[in-house]
Design a protein around this ligand. Structure first.
Ligand code: DI6
Ligand code: FE
Length: 400
């Protein structure tokens, strides 16, 4: 591909519309210069200077920013299909966890797996997301619960970004579950905190996450992890209010978190707090669907308070074995009543913010040329289709 070129003829959803729309431009042109967008607008307005560049015609297609999956646990070993059967026989997600299944079952498998095995299985998941137009993925640790395995997961996460044309943002999630037989406070002191120092010293951590829930950690325990994150100048994010109201959302807001994720049980006051701290609410309809939750997140309160919403797969072997970000968008609309424009902003513009990325997620001059070219005409079609992948081409840093 040439270093400078013009993509012309398609409809473009720039997502650069601060009013929350698609930022649609019909019959558009996008000028790519190296790994950046140099210009975007109506084809008829293309400045004279760009007319000489090679043109690639995508008439009849739609271009959006490449998608961003901002909450995943794609590094793990094994699966939990047996728990799926248990839940179908009446056990709840929490009952399975309390019976010794759940997250700690994946911990056993992940500890036993070699780094090469974890990498091979995660690459298959990454390839699936790339094939769907994804250009950035957040990847969490959290299935180690010991220092060695947490570091192993984070090294694999970094390796994903070296082996594939994709940006990886890592989150240290040792505060994901209490290991079997351990005391939660001791675990925080003896594993979680020293593990964070070690992982940070090795350059493996982009953000610090936790699971604030009855079956995991309370706000006081999470606050100790967040205090160390602050000391290390690392941003925080939190699994908050997924199964009950524990106060995690307010805590996340207090620490200026990048995101509060799940947030089904968040209140109007929580939404106000998120708005004030500029924290993104990350909606994870795959988990809501898979564990048959019936409390949807307070989407209208997020709108009323102006909290930006992101949408992600939460791809994990327990509560959300969901490998399709497009299906997550459809579920966010059907189950949570997002508009298709909100769902698309949730996997582009707002997902970038949830990862602290300010150079992607919208199509505008100076932004990275990470683009998804779709075999559809209108952006609503991306959320409307169920289990359909209409990607034509993904452009990553200017390259197909
Ligand atoms: N909430 C979730 O939905 C995942 N982690 C979390 O804190 C579940 C992870 C799992 O069940 O393995
Ligand atoms: Fe999660």
């Amino acid at each position: 591909m040439p270093d400078q070129y013009v993509i012309s003829g398609s409809n473009v959803a720039t997502l650069a519309d601060s009013c929350g729309g698609y930022g649609l431009v019909d019959n558009a042109a996008i000028v790519v210069d190296g790994d950046r967008v140099a210009w975007v607008g109506s084809r008829s307005d293309l400045p004279e200077a760009f007319h000489v560049l090679p043109h690639i015609d995508h008439s009849g297609r739609l271009i959006t920013p490449a998608l961003i999956d901002c909450h995943t646990h794609i590094i793990h070993s094994g699966n939990r299909a047996r728990e799926f059967e248990m839940r179908l026989n009446g056990a709840s997600y929490e009952e399975v966890a309390r019976a010794g299944g759940g997250i700690v079952a994946t911990v056993d498998a992940t500890r036993a797996a070699s780094e090469a095995e974890l990498l091979a299985s995660a690459l298959i998941r990454v390839d699936g997301l790339i094939a769907m137009g994804v250009a950035a993925i957040e990847v969490k640790s959290g299935y180690g619960l010991d220092i060695e395995t947490e570091l192993k997961m984070l090294r694999v996460a970094r390796e994903l970004g070296r082996q594939r044309p994709i940006r990886i943002k890592t989150s240290y999630l040792a505060a994901h579950a209490v290991p079997r037989g351990a005391n939660a406070d001791n675990y925080i002191d003896e594993i979680c905190l020293p593990g964070l120092r070690a992982a940070d010293a090795q350059g493996l951590v982009d953000a610090v996450d936790g699971f604030c829930e009855g079956i995991a950690f309370d706000t006081a325990q999470i606050a100790r992890v967040f205090d160390l994150a602050c000391e290390l100048a690392l941003p925080v994010k939190l699994h908050a209010e997924q199964l009950s109201h524990m106060g995690g959302t307010a805590l996340a807001a207090r620490y200026g978190a990048l995101s509060a994720d799940h947030v089904e049980y968040a209140t109007d006051a929580d939404a106000a707090a998120l708005a004030k701290s500029g924290t993104i609410a990350v909606l994870l309809p795959g988990a809501y669907y898979a564990i048959r939750e019936n409390k949807a997140p307070p989407v209208q309160a997020f709108r009323d308070h102006g909290v930006p919403m992101a949408v992600s797969t939460d791809w994990n072997p327990g509560s959300s074995p969901l490998g399709s970000l497009l299906l997550a968008m459809n579920m966010a609309c059907t189950l949570f009543r997002l508009t298709p424009a909100e769902a698309l902003a949730g996997t582009t513009r707002n997902a970038a913010r949830a990862l602290g990325l300010d150079d992607c997620g919208v199509i505008a001059p100076g932004m990275r040329a990470d683009l998804a070219i779709w075999k559809v005409r209108h952006p609503a079609e991306l959320s409307y289709g169920i289990g359909i992948n209409p990607l034509h081409t993904r452009i990553f840093g200017g390259h197909a």
